[in-house]
Design a protein around this ligand. Structure first.
Ligand SMILES: NC(=O)c1ccc[n+]([C@@H]2O[C@H](COP(=O)([O-])OP(=O)(O)OC[C@H]3O[C@@H](n4cnc5c(N)ncnc54)[C@H](OP(=O)(O)O)[C@@H]3O)[C@@H](O)[C@H]2O)c1
Length: 236
């Protein structure tokens, strides 16, 4: 039997697609999110698979992340990896019309949460299974501002650097620490009614995650995924 994979943000568009693909590939999955109802909806959508365990937990603070780790340890599993696909609420508007509280809140929800997840999960993976994969999911849009979603652009630029710092600082750990940067809009169960000329399909994201889980040598801090492609190391 394969080792389990933890997916944080499992009830989200990307996380849900990653969970479905991991289950189809035979990985038991521990699906984590802050709201039990949306996790149960995920389980219903996937036909209540026996290989799916849902955990209500958060990485919004160090205390919450420690609680998540305790819940994961209590499951007494071996983990092949962890995928962190969390994101802040979608809200748009000029950043200049917002205030400091708004920006601080969005940076916390997007960047500090990834930091908390990495600090909690990398040691857990290192203890349990050599060569496990810790994979953050982010956007590849890190250099050009996306007006109307300025906080999102700032967060993604920071997440790119966070991924590099985490990769470098954990080089001696028996864990591959990487980021998958999604280059384009992803069609998921949450937005498949929208019009977009070139989607990255969520199943392609799921397959890329499995490819990295099974074959990545862990040497690249960041890998870029675009529609029709496979993960390509980023050298910037
Ligand atoms: N969708 C796209 O087109 C796209 C494109 C490029 C990159 N990305 C990146 O992919 C990532 C995921 O995006 P998405 O579209 O899947 O977002 P999403 O649909 O909003 O899902 C995010 C999930 O994260 C969970 N979450 C949020 N904060 C959390 C926390 N502190 N602890 C635990 N779970 C938390 C939320 O569930 P609960 O509220 O239940 O906790 C939610 O299910 C983001 O980093 C985004 O930048 C997305």
């Amino acid at each position: 039997m394969k080792s389990s994979v933890i997916v944080i943000g499992a009830s989200g568009g990307i996380g849900g697609g990653v969970v479905a693909n991991l289950l189809a590939e035979g990985y038991p999955v521990v699906a984590v999110g802050r709201h039990r109802d949306t996790l149960l909806q995920l389980a219903d959508r996937l036909g209540q698979p026996s290989a799916l365990t849902v955990l209500t937990a958060s990485v919004e603070s160090e205390t919450a992340s420690r609680d998540l780790v305790q819940q994961l340890v209590a499951l007494r599993r071996r983990f092949a990896g962890a995928v962190v696909a969390i994101g802040p609420e979608r809200d748009c508007g000029r950043l200049m019309d917002r205030n400091d509280v708004f920006l601080e809140d969005r940076l916390h929800a997007h960047v500090v949460t990834h930091f908390n997840a990495a600090r909690a999960l990398i040691p857990l993976l290192a203890d349990g299974a050599p060569n496990a994969l810790y994979l953050g999911i982010a956007s590849a849009a890190t250099t050009h501002p996306w007006y109307g979603f300025g906080h999102f652009s700032i967060a993604n630029a920071a997440l790119r650097m966070l991924a590099k710092v985490m990769h470098g600082e954990n080089r001696d750990m028996p864990v591959r620490v990487q980021q998958l940067a999604l280059n384009g809009l992803v069609r998921t169960h949450r937005n498949d009614h929208c019009a977009c000329s070139e989607w990255l399909e969520v199943d392609a994201v799921g397959r890329a995650v499995i490819d990295l889980l099974q074959h990545s040598d862990g040497s690249a801090a960041v890998l870029d995924l675009r529609a029709g492609g496979t993960p390509v190391p980023v050298n910037d």
